[in-house]
Write a protein that binds this ligand. Structure first.
Ligand SMILES: *[C@@H]1O[C@H](CO)[C@@H](O)[C@H](O)[C@H]1NC(C)=O
Length: 220
């Protein structure tokens, strides 16, 4: 092989390695926009961890977050019902494994509060959403894929902190009277619901429509 072909190949390999190991391209992007982070627009999703509508909704908001040009404070809260006789002290529509899934996602968010980390974890779980909460295997794999330690997340899940976080999350959901997964709030207002299909979405439900709502809220 001629020397300059080798050089090109080396440059290409180096480029691909660097790009594929860059952990958080979005955080670089958002750092540029975090000039007025105190005014970040709240975006909240209310979900059940094993619900297909949650998977759909979070995929849409993953694109929204990629496109939006203003700071966002993302949160995800959970729909469940307190019941002391249940395994995790809460009743979840898709069974106890969904309660564990909610707890895994909440504990991950607790340990890694930057949404560029915890939301990627949720999106990773979603790829095998039917296996969410069938033990910790999937959650550990996803933490590994993100290059983040699962140890403190596991401590949170097993210590009772997890159930406490679920309680706070459910309280937030119930305070707004939210019952459907997935319900979307933007700037503290009900914006849209995905329950089989999109419903109650004045302002539209395309990625660009959500981006516009967030950017309009930021402009005030
Ligand atoms: C609480 O859970 C138990 C066990 O699954 C069930 O039998 C009971 O009906 C539930 N209670 C309420 C108020 O839903």
């Amino acid at each position: 092989m001629p020397a300059n072909a080798c050089t090109l190949l080396l440059i290409a390999i180096t480029f691909i390695s660097v790009v594929s190991f860059m952990p958080w391209p979005r955080s670089i992007q958002s750092a540029r926009h975090h000039v007025r982070s105190d005014a970040a627009v709240p975006v909240e999703l209310f979900v059940m961890s094993k619900c297909p509508d949650k998977v759909f909704c979070e995929n849409v908001f993953s694109q929204v977050l990629d496109e939006v040009q203003v700071p966002v404070s993302l949160d995800v809260n959970y729909i469940a019902k307190a019941n002391q006789s249940e395994e995790y002290q809460y009743e979840c529509k898709h069974g106890p494994s969904e309660c564990l899934g909610n707890i895994q996602e909440l504990c991950f968010k607790h340990v890694y509060p930057d949404y560029h980390q915890w939301f990627e974890f949720d999106l990773c779980l979603n790829e095998k959403y039917e296996s969410i909460g069938n033990g910790d295997g999937l959650a550990e794999d996803c933490a590994g894929q993100l290059g983040l330690s699962f140890a403190r997340v596991k401590d949170c899940i097993e210590s009772g902190k997890g159930v406490e976080l679920l309680g706070e999350s459910v309280k937030r959901t119930q305070s707004l009277g939210v019952e459907k997964s997935c319900t979307v709030y933007i700037d503290n207002r009900l914006r849209c619901i995905h329950d089989g299909t999109w419903k109650d979405c004045d302002g539209g439900y395309e990625v660009e429509d959500f981006v516009k709502s967030i950017e309009d809220a930021y402009q005030g």
